[in-house]
Design a protein around this ligand. Structure first.
Ligand SMILES: Cc1cc2nc3c(=O)[nH]c(=O)nc-3n(C[C@H](O)[C@H](O)[C@H](O)COP(=O)(O)OP(=O)(O)OC[C@H]3O[C@@H](n4cnc5c(N)ncnc54)[C@H](O)[C@@H]3O)c2cc1C
Length: 377
């Protein structure tokens, strides 16, 4: 390698998640001489999951809820490699990818998100992540239901925010795509291992959620930990069974195995441990944000809110790390706002003990989501 090229510092970003789009934008506005930035992403279009229930409900188009990473990278003079990272060589400072030669780095940043844990391997089970696969499978399921001559039951697994929003959105999608007679043949169920819906939220929010599910005629099954799914029947750990034709899987967050296998320090679940500067506690030239990270000393929820808020701090710290400057801490907020789309033109707001519901909240959520997307589209 010519001497002048060996001086170039390589920053490699893996995954175009909610934090890393802010990094690309920062480097577009503040190019760093003597550095080269590369983004490796499994998808050219990265989804914004806050708008996914709205897409399911027919409120948004695919374009509305995706950021075009190829375009963003061209604008920022960032090299874009479309590929899936499958491993790291931390000693040689290389990223291994599917269908690509190893990519060297000086500083590495991972923002690859998570997927739901424990998804049964069955063609009638649709995990909500990866989102691209979910979108295609849901389109297919909707078409199959439209043509089904017999009654159909669909279950959504996960009584947290994602499952609650998705089951209501599916109801709305079916309402739009099926005639009234067809809709009457479909029963939706929401199931989860927790003792109530939205268990981590205030009592008043849970009450609003229960009323919303009742109005939409969705059956709720709590304390129902799905153990297995055979075609047509789901078995709970308690021994209970439920006849269901398809399952949508929207539970929690599981880490990608290749990150833990790389040798980065991880917590017991396999999420990479970072300190308040968002650096790996074992490899300071590796930064991790969003769902893939386990923040110490104060862990945060696996929620897009944190991935978004980490973005500007990550951008500045990567910039500083490349210049050998001291890094700044990320300070997570204690309480955060949840805006839950109920897919009927309304939404619920939840923050600590505060709760409210109405069309104005749906309008507010839409404004926040669209404003975030406009920054990167
Ligand atoms: C239905 C649903 C609704 C939700 N609604 C909200 C909400 O309203 N508010 C909220 O705060 N949170 C919400 N969440 C949670 C939110 O989705 C996650 O917390 C958030 O997406 C995490 O962001 P991230 O930046 O870590 O990763 P992601 O947004 O998941 O981005 C990861 C990116 O990395 C890419 N990638 C993954 N693996 C690789 C690899 N090996 N190589 C290369 N690229 C890779 C992916 O293609 C993707 O582009 C919701 C989740 C779901 C399922």
């Amino acid at each position: 390698m010519p001497a002048h090229l060996s001086q170039v510092k390589h920053l490699v970003l893996v995954g175009g998640g909610h934090s890393q789009v802010a990094v690309i934008q920062h480097f577009a506005r503040n190019p760093l001489p003597g550095s080269q930035v590369t983004l490796i992403s499994a998808d050219t279009q990265t989804p914004y999951s806050g708008m996914l229930p709205g897409w399911v409900a027919g409120q948004y188009t695919r374009d509305d809820m995706h950021i075009d990473l190829g375009r963003l990278c061209r604008f920022a003079h960032v090299r874009f490699v479309r590929g899936r990272a499958i491993g790291l060589n931390l000693a040689k400072k290389q990223v291994y990818c599917q269908n690509h030669s190893p990519i060297p780095y000086d500083t590495l940043s991972l923002n690859t998100g998570s997927t739901p844990p424990g998804v049964p391997d069955h063609s009638h089970v649709l995990p909500v992540k990866p989102v691209a696969a979910f979108i295609d499978k849901l389109d297919h399921l909707t078409k199959t239901l439209r043509d089904s001559p017999k009654p159909v039951s669909i279950g959504v697994v996960g009584t947290g925010a994602a499952g609650f929003e998705i089951v209501l959105a599916v109801k709305q999608r079916l309402r739009q795509s099926l005639p009234d007679a067809g809709l009457a043949h479909i029963q939706l169920h929401l199931l989860g291992s927790a003792p109530t819906v939205l268990a981590s939220h205030a009592r008043r929010v849970q009450q609003m959620a229960l009323e919303t599910l009742k109005k939409a005629r969705i059956r709720l099954h709590v304390n129902f930990q799905v153990e297995t799914f055979d075609t047509g029947v789901v078995h709970a750990k308690s021994g209970e069974t439920l006849a269901l034709d398809a399952l949508i899987w929207a539970t929690g967050a599981a880490p990608a195995g290749w990150i833990a296998e790389s040798g980065l320090a991880c917590d017991k679940e396999g999420f990479a441990i970072v300190d308040k500067t968002l650096q790996s506690i074992s490899h300071p030239n590796v930064f991790i944000t969003g769902d893939a990270a386990s923040l110490t000393p104060t862990p945060v929820a696996k929620s897009g809110v944190f991935a978004v808020r980490e973005g500007p701090v990550l951008a500045k710290n990567l910039y500083r790390a490349l210049q050998g400057q001291p890094l700044k801490p990320y300070r997570p907020q204690h309480r955060f706002l949840s805006l839950l789309n109920t897919a009927d033109g309304s939404a619920i707001v939840s923050r600590g003990p505060f709760a409210a519901r109405g069309r104005i909240i749906a309008w507010w959520k839409d404004r926040i989501d669209r404003r975030f997307m406009r920054k990167y589209q």
